[in-house]
Design a protein around this ligand. Structure first.
Ligand code: PMP
Ligand code: GLN
Length: 388
């Protein structure tokens, strides 16, 4: 028998267990309040849950069609039209995926040649680096700088090269809570057009915006035809375990992404697709009240973290707020997060894992506020121990 070690292929070396798995396991092990991995502790709208239950009870339990059930593709197309005036043909320009995670993976695997470059911003969601690597591409990273997580447009321009294939953009942004402004997106769009490259946008927090507005990159001039827009129902409807995501793009891009997607999962989440279809058609007021509830949680946790002595960077969207621990006389966010359960009975996530430039990310720690107010209050009370 021939044996070659290590078993992990070189392109995946360095990608260990995700920080979310590590920190959620630590929370369970220590009985801590989990403000690490971003998942809500309450259910979303009952219409969404009821539609999935009905689907399960009414025989919708076999493979859904490869591109997703027509009811969901129609609802996604209506959603893009209603919220952003973007027209997509539900049959040729919409693809349902196993969460945004698969949409990102399938986009990178299908659109990148070996050696192509992908421009993205750091801190970046952890799956980006892994999927770029699995696609055999290289990442070129532009840093978002606290306190407002703005970026240097010249640095962005300098990240483009003749090998750039696409820009991978996440707004609203995890882990910072940044919502890219129209002017910032225009700078990204200008460079995409100038260099004739594609954009892949991760908009999973599109409805969780507290200040400002979410502007899909695809709405900017020249971008509709070169953008693969990705989103998911998990965050909006508080059902992160369902993994119903989607891609909207022009037909040849969707067809490319589908080619990879069909060999990853083929299909998933049949009955849950019915649930998300019902959710996307809910009235605007439901979406607004989901965001308003979360805004109150953001305010409550942000205040509490400041009271505990942390520097808090304003979060304008998502489930997350980032802090700097140097005000507590500490500098290593990873060590801080590993010791936090013992010190305070709370779990958070070290932002360093989202950085190539580890020194920039080292003192930063992310807390999730998608939890009940009483849970946030209890976490804040526990975190006051940090001051003593
Ligand atoms: N992108 C970002 C920025 C995220 O925070 C998440 C978190 N789940 C995902 C993608 C993955 O979404 P899904 O659960 O739909 O796969
Ligand atoms: N998106 C979630 C977060 O950022 C986690 C998802 C995951 O566990 N991969 O916390």
């Amino acid at each position: 028998m021939s044996r070659r070690e290590p078993y992990l292929a070189s392109r995946l070396q360095g990608f260990g267990t995700t920080i979310f798995a590590e920190m959620s396991a630590l929370a369970v092990e220590t009985g801590s309040i989990n403000l690490g991995q971003g998942f809500p502790d309450t259910d979303g709208p009952h219409e969404v849950l009821d539609a999935a239950v009905d689907a399960i009870r009414n025989g919708k339990n076999q493979y859904p069609p490869g591109p997703g059930i027509p009811e969901l593709r129609d609802a996604i197309a209506r959603h893009q039209q209603h919220w952003y005036s973007l027209e997509y043909d539900a049959d040729t320009e919409v693809l349902v995926t196993a969460g945004a995670t698969e949409a990102i993976a399938a986009s990178l695997l299908s659109l990148c040649e070996l050696g192509d470059e992908v421009v993205t911003f750091e801190p970046y969601y952890d799956s980006y680096a892994a999927c770029i690597a699995m696609a055999g591409a290289q990442r070129r990273v532009v840093q978002l700088q606290p306190p407002d997580y703005s970026f240097d447009v010249d640095a962005l321009a300098a990240a483009f090269s003749p090998r750039t294939r696409l820009v991978l953009l996440n707004s609203p942004h995890n882990p910072t809570g940044k919502v890219f402004s129209r002017a910032e997106l225009e700078a990204v769009a200008r460079l995409c057009v100038e260099h004739d490259v594609l954009a892949v946008t991760d908009e999973v927090y599109e409805h969780l915006v507290f200040d400002g507005e979410h502007v899909p990159l695809a709405t900017l001039p020249g971008m509709r035809e070169r953008t693969v827009t990705i989103s998911s129902g998990g965050k909006t409807f508080s059902c992160t375990g369902w993994k119903v995501g989607w891609v909207c793009a022009r037909p040849d891009l969707v067809s490319a992404v589908r080619t990879a997607k069909q060999f990853l999962t083929y299909v998933n989440a049949g009955p849950f697709q019915h649930g998300i279809a019902a959710g996307l058609d809910l009235p605007d007021s439901t979406f607004r009240s989901l965001a308003a509830e979360l805004r109150e949680k953001r305010d409550r946790l942000s205040r509490g973290l400041a009271d505990a002595g942390l520097i808090v960077f304003a979060s304008h969207g998502t489930y997350f707020v980032t802090t700097d621990i140097r005000s507590l006389g500490e500098h290593d966010g990873l060590a801080f997060c590993r010791s936090l359960p013992e010190r305070c009975g709370v779990v958070a996530v070290p932002n360093v894992v989202f950085y190539d430039d580890r020194s920039a990310g080292l003192p930063l720690v992310r807390f999730a506020f998608c939890k009940r107010l009483d849970v946030i209050d209890e976490a804040v009370a526990r975190l006051k121990a940090l001051r003593t």
